[in-house]
Design a protein around this ligand. Structure first.
Ligand code: HEC
Ligand code: HEC
Ligand code: HEC
Ligand code: HEC
Ligand code: HEC
Length: 182
């Protein structure tokens, strides 16, 4: 009796297994789509190490975020303030120093970027609207590599219009087309 049912049980188990694999694949695709693919950076710069462990403020490196449109990525000279002449036995640090030695700067891949026809200003949001970096960029201080944590689902790290407009609606900020499309 038992052996007679075995092929059936195996078949059912097989179908369930395939089903689970397919569901997992779909879910992980959705997650990757939501957060964007991990950018391949030339050096694995760790926000966790520099913000959480060393206690550096975001503005220490992204000093323009309260002054101008762009937050900007720091230039290599700022990194050298601490890393030049200090012998750290960490492979990623050696890699970074070699790149700076060779090219002067590190070609960071952009994680967040809006298209050219969109006007966005950091200063307006950080100083005037007093919105925390994390509300738009997620818990960067816990990231080993900065990933896109918010702002739409297109593949290249663009922030989508619906994301901007939804918050503007919620906070009573302007929503005329000309606000963001100059
Ligand atoms: C020691 C310098 C340093 C500090 C401090 C720092 N960052 Fe960064 N940040 C970088 C570097 C270098 C990159 C480029 C590498 C990368 O994207 O991971 C970067 C990338 C980013 C990006 C992605 C930029 C893009 O679109 O490519 C965001 C967002 C960001 N940082 C936010 C923050 C926030 C928020 C804080 C504070 C919690 C912070 N950073 C603290 C150096 C720093
Ligand atoms: C205020 C000093 C300071 C500045 C500025 C600084 N670093 Fe560091 N960084 C450190 C220290 C200290 C460590 C070692 C932490 C440890 O021992 O784990 C470190 C570690 C690292 C590591 C290795 C992390 C790991 O565990 O893999 C990398 C890569 C790195 N830094 C890159 C950078 C880059 C790129 C910049 C410029 C954007 C920068 N650092 C700016 C102090 C600094
Ligand atoms: C209201 C949402 C919002 C807030 C708040 C915000 N950002 Fe951004 N951030 C963006 C958008 C949108 C972009 C893409 C801008 C572009 O392409 O010009 C961006 C891009 C960046 C970049 C990439 C380099 C650059 O200049 O565009 C860095 C670094 C960054 N932000 C850091 C920060 C830090 C640090 C804070 C807090 C002091 C912060 N951001 C606050 C939305 C925000
Ligand atoms: C988390 C909420 C939030 C998000 C997300 C957000 N904004 Fe805003 N934005 C605000 C608030 C609040 C103001 C109003 C600031 C003030 O003047 O008091 C504002 C103001 C602005 C202004 C200035 C408007 C003016 O004329 O005074 C521009 C331009 C703008 N946002 C563009 C954008 C774009 C583009 C995006 C998406 C890439 C975006 N914002 C995402 C909250 C947000
Ligand atoms: C709060 C900011 C904001 C406002 C207000 C806004 N937009 Fe946008 N819009 C964006 C952003 C950000 C994008 C870029 C989306 C992306 O890059 O995927 C965008 C994209 C678009 C696009 C698509 C273009 C493309 O490259 O795919 C059109 C069309 C557009 N907006 C028209 C409008 C019109 C019409 C209005 C007024 C009814 C308006 N927008 C109001 C932020 C805004």
């Amino acid at each position: 009796m038992k052996t007679k049912n075995l092929p059936l049980i195996l078949a059912v188990a097989m179908i369930m297994w395939v089903g689970i694999v397919i569901i997992l694949a779909i879910v992980s695709q959705k997650i990757i789509h939501r957060f964007g693919p991990l950018p391949e950076q030339p050096v694995e710069f760790s926000h966790t190490v520099h913000v959480n462990q060393l206690g550096l403020e975001c503005l220490y490196c992204h000093s323009s975020a309260e002054k101008s449109i762009h937050a900007t990525i720091p230039s290599s000279s700022l990194c050298l303030d601490c890393h030049e002449g200090v012998d750290m036995d960490i492979p990623e640090v050696k890699k970074m120093l070699a790149i700076i030695e060779e090219k002067g700067e590190i070609d960071w891949e952009r994680v967040y970027e809006v298209k050219d026809h969109v006007y966005f200003s950091h200063r307006v949001h950080t100083v005037i609207a007093k919105i925390e970096c994390q509300e738009c960029h997620g818990p960067v201080e816990h990231m080993t590599v900065a990933i896109r944590a918010s702002g739409g689902s297109s593949d290249r790290g663009f922030m989508e219009m619906g994301w901007c407009v939804t918050c503007h609606e919620r906070r009573g900020a302007p929503r005329e087309c000309i606000t963001c499309h100059k």
